[in-house]
Ligand binder design. Sequence first.
Ligand SMILES: O=C[C@H](O)[C@H](O)[C@H](O)COP(=O)(O)O
Length: 219
Amino acid sequence: MSDQHAQKQAAAKAALRYIEDDMILGVGTGSTVNCLIELLPSLRLTGAVASSQVTEDKLRALGIEIVDLNFAGTLDVYIDGADEVNADLQLIKGGGGALTREKIVAAASNKFVCMVDDSKMVEFLGREFPVPIEVLPQARSYVARQLAQLGGEPVYRENFVTDYGNVILDTYDLDVSNPLALEQQLNNIVGVVCNGVFAANQADILLKAGSNGVKKIMR
Ligand SMILES: O=C[C@H](O)[C@H](O)[C@H](O)COP(=O)(O)O
């Protein structure tokens, strides 16, 4: 087992304290969340709102009831990972392509608990990891030109279709110095469904796992 995997498991274990009996839990997507999903059968959940088809399938396989967000109301807690996190608990997400459904569930939750290993912490978002942008297929080329005008370098994610039937432009070199402003600016491009900057829906609590254990950071 790699150190990094052990750290993901430690972060997932630490996240259990935010889950209460009879809760409908918002569940994210990715390898860190997969460590959490393995622990869920021992809990007494009413059900879960899944942030992707992949997560939904994993939860179902473990016998966890899937709840449609439209019938769940506001969730108490959403737990997910991230691709990059800055000191203000703003995030880049969407490496697995689930950003839109993830942002919806995060927005519909009172508390967003984010679990990461040390490697995800950055001083500046977007310097290494590109910003994933979900785009309506027909608008792909137009949106790519708009992103280039903003100084970005969009790369079409080949052989990938989102849960909503859209495509992803992984965009390098965007200026993410003001994440909230960039998030809004990207949303304003016609044809963009959602972008992977989570500034308006940043994490409330960060569980950061490192070689010395899991540190809790509050917003
Ligand atoms: O679309 C995928 C999600 O945003 C994931 O939460 C993110 O990519 C982190 O995944 P992992 O825990 O595998 O690093």
